[in-house]
Structures are given as C-alpha cells and as structure tokens.
Design a protein around this ligand. Sequence first.
Ligand code: KG4
Ligand code: ZN
Length: 343
Amino acid sequence: MSSHIILAIESSCDETSASVIHDEVVLSNVISSQTIHEQYGGVIPELASRAHLQAISAIVDKAMQESGKEYQDLTSIAVTTQPGLAGALLVGSSFAKGLGLKLGIPVIPVHHIEGHIYSGMLEHPECGFPFIALIVSGGHTSIFLVREFGEEIAIGNTKDDAAGEAFDKIGKMLGLGYPAGPRIDALAKEGNPKAFTFPRALMHEDNYDFSFSGLKTSVRYFLQKEFPNGIQDESTLKDICASVQEAIVEVLIHKLFRASKEHRIKNIIVAGGVSANSRLRSALQEASEKRPINVFLPKLSYCMDNAAMIGFLAALKLRYLGEYAFHSLQFTVNPRSMRTERI
Ligand code: KG4
Ligand code: ZN
C-alpha cells in the first residue's frame, strides 16, 4: 500500500476544523468552535460562513504544524461537501480546491454523516462489518445499517427534530443558552431522572424512526403550567434536565438495540455530537453489558464535528475504492442531501 498523507477540512456548520491523517492514523485534529452564535440562540448561516472564512487559513496551518508534516508532503485533500450550511460548505470546499490546485494533488469530497458513521472505527479497528450506526447530532438522528464499506442504508430517521435540536430547544426554554446539550448533560448529573415524566414518542412503534417535537411541546406546556414565573430553584432545574435527558436517551437506546436485535448485528457505533452525552454513554455501556453486543463510541473530540473523521473516511475510501475516491475539481457542495434512503 502506498503511503497517504491527507489534509482534511470540515466546515459544514459552526466548527472550523482541520486534521492531518497518515495512513488512517490521526496526526493532528484542530477544532475551532464559533462562539458568535451563542448570543442568537442558534447558528446564523451567514455569520458561520464569515467566521469560517476568517479562521480557515490559521486552522489549516495549525493542523499542519501539529502534524509535523509539510504542505509538500501531502498526497491529497479531503473536504466535507455535504450536507450542511451552503455558505459554510463553500468556504471549506473552495479552500480545498484552491490548495489542491496549488499543490497539484487531488481532492476527495466527503459526506459529513458518513464521516460520523465511520468515526466509530477511528480508534476501534476491531469494529468490522456489518454494523449498525446511530448518528445523533444537532441536525440528524438516524439509524444506519452498514453491511459493507460505502453501503450505508438509513433504516430509521427522525420525523421532525433531531435529538441535539431537542436538547438545544428545550435548553433554550430553560434559559441555558446555545448549544444547550452539554449544559443539560452537566445539570442532569445531579438531578433525578424520574422526577418528571415526559413523552417517549414512537417508542413502541414497529419502526426505527424517532420524533422529538412532541417532547419539546410537552416541556413547553409543562413549564407554562407548573412554573409560570420561571424555575426558582436549582434542584428543580436539575431534575427537569435529568428527566428530559432520560426521555431522549431511552428512546434512542430502545430503537438502536431493537435494530441490532432484528437485524442480528452485534457491532454498534454511536456517533455525532449527542454521542458525547454522558447519560447516553453510560446507558449504552449498561445495556451492552447485558447483551452479546459490542458498542463502539468515538472519543469526545471525534463526537463533535471534526476534520479527523473526514480525513479518516477519505483514507478508508482510498483503501477500499482506490483512485475512485478522488474527484475532478468539478464537484459542488450539496447543502441538503441527508433524508434519502442511501447516503
Ligand atoms: O455533530 P455536532 O457537533 O454538529 C452537528 O452536525 O449537528 O452536534 C452538535 C449537537 C448540538 O445539538 C449539541 O447540543 C449536542 O450535539 N451535544 C450534546 C452534548 N454535546 C453536544 N447533547 C447532549 N449532551 C451532550 N453532552
Ligand atoms: Zn455533525
């Protein structure tokens, strides 16, 4: 196998990230999270594009420096081209094309969700095919059946909000700022998950789909009825966080294990921003101890949006597809390409 040194770039949402991968081994992974959106309570696409443009050169330089490699050592560039915010994707893709032209090396377009799926293999080469992947992030909540490399079949999807979106929107109602997922996680650690009961939508339906908008509405009515003047004490807030988190985690786990059981697949990958959630991680651990299954979770810096997973997937493409992984520079970005059957 010839040696590949790949520079990867990720800019699909509000993280600007660059990474250098040497033959499937991560040499550097620099992630810069945009903070400008906090004051607006959600990501503002136009501001995200500008912030990527401002940060990208320095982030790429830093990733190169930390890797100990020179630009001349690079053999290809991998970049996220879909899905994501159009302007944000264009910044990373245009940068990758320009650098590829300058260095005379090919560019490998990468699907962000496919990147999350294979991030579970990044430090777990023992996770072979077939596997079931639960991808839970701010924009997606899907279960994929992956029998072989490149054959990701979406067998379940959210019908409305993504799990991360539910964390963020409910957190906003609770006054926790944006993104609220990590804040709810932290507060829930000292709360009682049984203090309040919130709905678990579609839990017992005969499919692998999810729905979180009913949970959001139910929390809104609950807060209006029980706490019309706001939540006064910290312990109630912690109990609400723990109860909301439990409702989300329970459905995720229920559907995931059901998919694993019905398809008789023992390897499970859980990835995407929400896979950083400590309750989800511990519940997966507990559930896997009771069953003959293996759960593979990326480390935290590979759960959030990061370029290492993009470069790693590009390296896998080179292993499995050879030169077909490369693309002419005529590829474009594709902001919405996710809710399809096959990605
Ligand atoms: O994968 P990601 O970084 O970006 C997208 O592709 O969407 O995921 C971001 C999402 C946000 O909704 C954030 O609130 C959520 O992941 N998140 C968490 C935690 N850390 C991040 N949700 C719950 N618990 C966490 N610890
Ligand atoms: Zn993501």
